[in-house]
Design a binder for this molecule. Sequence first.
Ligand SMILES: Cc1cc2nc3c(=O)[nH]c(=O)nc-3n(C[C@H](O)[C@H](O)[C@H](O)COP(=O)(O)OP(=O)(O)OC[C@H]3O[C@@H](n4cnc5c(N)ncnc54)[C@H](O)[C@@H]3O)c2cc1C
Length: 285
Amino acid sequence: MVITYRPKSLMEALEAIEFIDYTVFAGGTDLMVKRKQLAGLLPSFDKPVMFISDLAELKQVTIKDGFLYIGAACTFADIIENSLIPEIYKEVFMQIASPAIRNSATIGGNICNSSPAADSLPLLYALDAALVIENSCRRAELPISDFITGPGRNILNSSELVTAVKLPIQSFEKTCYKKVSSRRSNALSKISFVALANIENDVYKDIRIAFGSVAPTVIRSLDIEEDIITMSSQHALDINQIARDYATLIKPIDDQRSTAFYRKEVCNRLLADFLGNYAAASLQL
Ligand SMILES: Cc1cc2nc3c(=O)[nH]c(=O)nc-3n(C[C@H](O)[C@H](O)[C@H](O)COP(=O)(O)OP(=O)(O)OC[C@H]3O[C@@H](n4cnc5c(N)ncnc54)[C@H](O)[C@@H]3O)c2cc1C
């Protein structure tokens, strides 16, 4: 028998996890797959389970001091329907799973599951998202890139919850999101690509590029982005050089979804397509 607990407030939840090692259950769309057993058997949970999906404190979307906060237990359906959410976020989240899964799957679960194929992550990296992490006596904020340490791994300990995602409010003139997968819905990414940019007179003023599913964690390089801005300001954007620089970071694997070769090729083409579209560039892919 599994012991379950449904706290009535965030503080009650945080006090409970301080003393008992619970499995935190948000939408359960990753957990129920991970814990499934042979057909006919119930999923296996070896620890007590705490349900957090109804905690009002984790369901809010708010703007404060120039930041957008998305509560960790907001489902992707909640987020897509919220009028405070920018279009590019909606474009990304609309391609996660299927409508039925998006009704349960939370942004906090997507982050805490920390899969290299988690589709919210490239966007969150590109936006310089931070996570709000709380235990019963402390609240901290941490860049998402410092939170995820490897496939399925992050720095959260058992007495902490991710309570919100914090995003600087900013706008980008050029945005691109591509999820490459076998089907339109309910398929994990072979590759995902996010590019956000601001451009003036053919020159990149700000550019953020992130790749998902092609390395143990999301690939984003501030150094390469800085090089793109510099090359672009000199009207000498060399896409082949930029692709070579990213190639040192993009380390895909062969798996049941795709091959490393295909993933590398598609990354190069998505990159070249985005960069070539908006600024004068040299290209010989
Ligand atoms: C059919 C199907 C299709 C899918 N398609 C996609 C897809 O296209 N793209 C994609 O990215 N994912 C996909 N997924 C995976 C999954 O739906 C997402 O990762 C989802 O966002 C997980 O959220 P959840 O609330 O269900 O997490 P849960 O399963 O409840 O939890 C996941 C993990 O995070 C922990 N956790 C959850 N919330 C918190 C919190 N606030 N603080 C601390 N720890 C927490 C849990 O303990 C658990 O370890 C799919 C899953 C299924 C079943």
